[in-house]
Each structure stands twice: as C-alpha cells, then as structure tokens.
Write a protein that binds this ligand. Structure first.
Ligand code: NDP
Length: 250
C-alpha cells in the first residue's frame, strides 16, 4: 500500500524529531511511522526508551535511525545535524520538540534553572535549525513544527524561565516563517496545554484540573495528530500559525 507521505517510486520523506523517545515526541514518531515517513529520532543518549521505540518502529517497517545529541550543546548538536544532512540530504520535516521545565518562583530560582531551560528550550531552535536551513532552502520544500506551550502564550506562575523560552520560540518561529515562505517551507508552532507525559508529573493534578475547561489532561496522541497534519502536503498554505492543543486554556 502506498502511504500518504509517499509518491510511488519516491523515497519516504525524512523527518527529524528532537526529544523523540518519550512523551509527545514518541507519540509523534509512532503517528508519522503510520503515515510512511522515514524518521530520525533524537534524544540525549541511547536509553531503554530509545531502544523500545526503535524496536516498535522496526515492527512497523518504518525506516528509522537514532541521532543522539544534547540539543543544548551547540557544538555537538550542530555537528550531528550537519553530518546527517550532508550524508542523507535535507529533511522534509523537523519537529523541534525537546524541552524541559525547572519550575519555581523567580524569587527563589537559581541561575542554573534559568540558564538550563533557556539553553535547551530556546537555544535549541538555533542549534538544531541553523545547520539544516540552507539544504532545506535549496530543496525549496519542507515543514518545520516548533513545540512551544500555552505557558509561552499566556505565562504561567512558577515558570518565568519556561514561559520566556516558549514565548521566545513563538517569536523565532514567526520570523523564520517569513524568511522561508517564498521557498515553500512552512514554520508553525504547536502550543500544548497540560499533556499526560513524564513532564506533566503526577502532583498537583487536582489543583490544575479546574483551570482546564475540558477538565482533563491532553493525550500525547492528540498533539501528535496536529503535528502530523502540519507536516503533510495538505498543510502547505498554513505558516506562521500558533495552534494551542490545550482543552480550551488558550
Ligand atoms: P518528556 O519529558 O515526556 O520527554 C522529553 C523528551 O525530550 C525526551 O525524549 C527526552 O529524551 C528529550 N530531551 C530532554 N532533554 C533533551 C536534550 N537536552 N537534548 C535532546 N533531547 C532531550 O516531555 P513532553 O513529551 O511532555 O514534552 C515535549 C515538548 O512539549 C517539550 O518541548 C515541552 O516543553 C512541550 N510541552 C509539554 C507539555 C506537557 O504538559 N507535557 C505542555 C506544553 C508543552 P531523554 O530520554 O534523552 O531525556
């Protein structure tokens, strides 16, 4: 059967997912595998989570490779992405998904918690996208999806670092969308609310649920569905958009 992302006789389109081994990234990988993409999965280092994902992708006959690097490590991230693109060619799609939180009120926030979040969640945009811009622009096609957060749209107490980084991503993505629009490359932002992954944790759910109009956490698959659509040919006229998946928070 010809998959949706493939024209008969063509190689499957290649998509890089940063932070692809757990949570939203993993759900996105499994969704894209069903749609016939070839996947490059990033995480910090090989782990039981990356092993089990690669096994599952292999069972689905999805061509997939692990590309481990720390998104916050500029030199290593840029070198890894540049080497992969030099060897295998430009990506069709990039899902800039890796992210962390280090929450706490600003008055008590240590420098390390501020810096770590900004270096990974915001600087990752530069570290990962910069080395693949020219090959993608030359190909004159492609899709970039940036994982922000409703925290970056409306702010969230205890998350000045995270809200700053995620708001910064929205600005960066909107600017990049303008730079790439004439090349046929779209850049869009997905802004999840509270999604049921390791990051969401298990504490405070009773306190949080009343502020979610739908009164439940989102499922990673509900974010993955939107990412898959934004990567598709059909989404070719959507760019510079910020789309919440938040049960009504934003
Ligand atoms: P998880 O914590 O479940 O998974 C994070 C993924 O990112 C893992 O695959 C992890 O791999 C990877 N990762 C972490 N640090 C690095 C790094 N330095 N370099 C490379 N990869 C790294 O997160 P979620 O799935 O919940 O979140 C995914 C994205 O969605 C994030 O950007 C997050 O900010 C955003 N988001 C999540 C929300 C939620 O409620 N869950 C809400 C709003 C936004 P490893 O195994 O190596 O750690």
């Amino acid at each position: 059967m010809t998959q949706r992302s493939q024209v008969p006789g063509d190689a499957p389109k290649r998509v890089l997912i940063t932070g692809g081994t757990r949570g939203i990234g993993r759900a996105t990988a499994l969704r894209l595998a069903r749609e016939g993409y070839s996947l490059v999965i990033n995480c910090r280092a090989p782990s039981p989570a990356s092993d089990s994902l690669l096994d599952e992708l292999a069972r689905m006959n999805c061509p997939a490779a692990l590309l481990p690097f720390d998104v916050a490590d500029r030199e290593k991230a840029m070198a890894a992405v540049a080497a992969d693109v030099a060897e295998k060619g430009a990506y069709w799609g990039v899902v800039l998904n890796a992210g962390i939180t280090r929450d706490g009120p600003l008055a008590g926030m240590c420098e390390e918690d501020w810096d770590q979040v900004l270096r990974l969640d915001l600087d990752g945009f530069y570290n990962v996208l910069k080395p693949l811009m020219l090959p993608m622009a030359r190909a004159r096609r492609g899709r970039i999806v940036v994982m922000s957060s409703v925290s970056g749209m409306v702010g969230n107490r205890g998350q000045t670092n995270y809200s700053a980084a995620k708001a910064g991503l929205i600005g960066a993505a909107k600017a990049l969308a303008l730079e790439l629009a004439s090349r046929g490359i779209t850049v869009n932002v997905v802004a999840p609310g509270l999604i049921d992954t390791d990051m969401a944790g298990t504490e405070d759910r009773e306190r949080i649920l009343p502020v979610i109009p739908m009164r439940r956490l989102g499922r990673p698959e509900e974010v993955a569905g939107l990412v898959a659509f934004l990567l598709s040919e059909e989404a070719g006229y959507i760019t510079r958009a910020v789309i919440p998946v938040s049960g009504g928070i934003a």
